[in-house]
Ligand binder design. Sequence first.
Ligand code: AMP
Length: 399
Amino acid sequence: MKNNILVINCGSSSVKFSLINVLTSQVLVAGIAEQLTSEQASITIKQKDNKQQSRLISPYDHLVAINFFVDTLNQLQLTSTINAIGHRVVHGGETYSAPALITKEVKQEINRLSTLAPLHNPANLLGIEATEQALGDLPQVAVFDTSFHQSMPKKAFLYALPYHLYEAHDIRKYGFHGTSHYFVANRAADLLNKPIKACNLISAHLGNGCSVTAIREGKSVDTSLGFTPLEGLMMGTRTGNIDPSIVFHLVEKLGYSLAQVNDLFNKESGLKGISMLSNDCRELEDAAKNGHEHAQLALDMFCYRAAKMIASFSVCFSRLDSLIFTGGIGENSSYIRKNIVEQLSLLNLQLNNEANLAMRFGKSGNIADSTSLSCWVIPTDEEAVIATQTNQLVIKETL
Ligand code: AMP
C-alpha cells in the first residue's frame, strides 16, 4: 500500500519538498532548495531522524533541485511508496474552489491565471512540469491558496469599482493563505469539540505575510488579503491597506515609476518601512525592549491594525466561538498576541497571561481567561492539508 504523498511548494527562487505519510501525518523526508537561478543555489535535505545534508547544486534550476530530491528518495528506497504528488498553487481564480487533479487543461488554466499572480503561478507551473519529468506517471494534484475563500459572498469580495472590471477582467478580492486558515479552523473545531459546520471563528495568520479570515459555519465569508497579497494588514515588508491616491501622489508629484511604487509597497514597507530596521518581528521586539522608538512604533501599528481588522470582522457573526492565532508571529510572539488581544475587550476577550507566555515553538492551546471568549494558538500545517487533500482526491478519482 502506498501511503506517502510528496508535497511540493515551488516559488520563483525556491522549492520546498516534504514526503508525508498520510496515515500517521509524519514527515519522512523534507527538503528546501533556495536561491535557485543564482550561483549560490543550494539544497538542504532533512530526514526524520534529523540527519541533514546541504550542498550547492548546478545548474541551479528548479528541475535540478527536484531531480536531486527524487534521487535522494530513490537512495532511501522511498520513491515506490509515493501515491501521488500535491502541489501548492497560489492562484485558482474563480475556477477552483477545491483541489484539482492536474491535466493538460488544468495546467492551461493555471497558466491563464498567471495574469492574476505573475510571480507565483508561473513558478508553481514550473514545479508541476519539472515533477512530471522527474516522476513520470504519478498522479499530481493542485491545491490552491485561494480555494477556501471561494465561499465569500459578492458583498465581501467585490471592490466598489465599475462592475464590468469584475465581469470582464476578474478584478475582485480572492484572498490567500486559504490552506492555512482551513487547517487551523478545522483544528479549532476539534479542540472546541464541535463539528466545523457549527463553528464561527476569526483566524489571524501572522507571519511575513499576514491575513485575517472570518469563518462562519466552517466557511470563509471574508478575508483581508485581496486581489493580490498586498491588501489588509500591515505585514513584514508589505503596506496592507493604504489610500490608493498615494499611488497618484508618488507618481505624479514625487516622480516614482510604477515599478518603483510596486517595490515600495511590496518590499520596503510594513514593519521594515516603519522600523527602518528589519521586517523580522523577533529583531523588532528586542530592539523595542532596548528603546528603539521606530521598532516600538512598527509593532504598535502592526498590532493596532490587526486588532482593528479582527474587530471589523465581528460584523460577519451573531455569535463567535473563538479567535485563532497562527503563522510565525501568531504562533510564537506572546508580546504581539497580548498587544492585539488587549485591544479586543469589546469582543469579550481577556488574556490568561501565563497561558499566553507558554504558547510558542509548536505548542497549541487556549490563551484566554476562563470567562473570556476562547483564543487558540494553533501551529499551521499547510503541507499536511495538501497531503491529505491530494490523497483524498486521488483515491476518489481512481475508485
Ligand atoms: P512566517 O512567514 O510564518 O514564517 O513567519 C515569519 C515571522 O515570524 C518573522 O517575522 C519572525 O520574526 C516571526 N517569528 C518567528 N519566531 C518568533 C518568535 N519566537 N517571536 C516573535 N516572532 C517570531
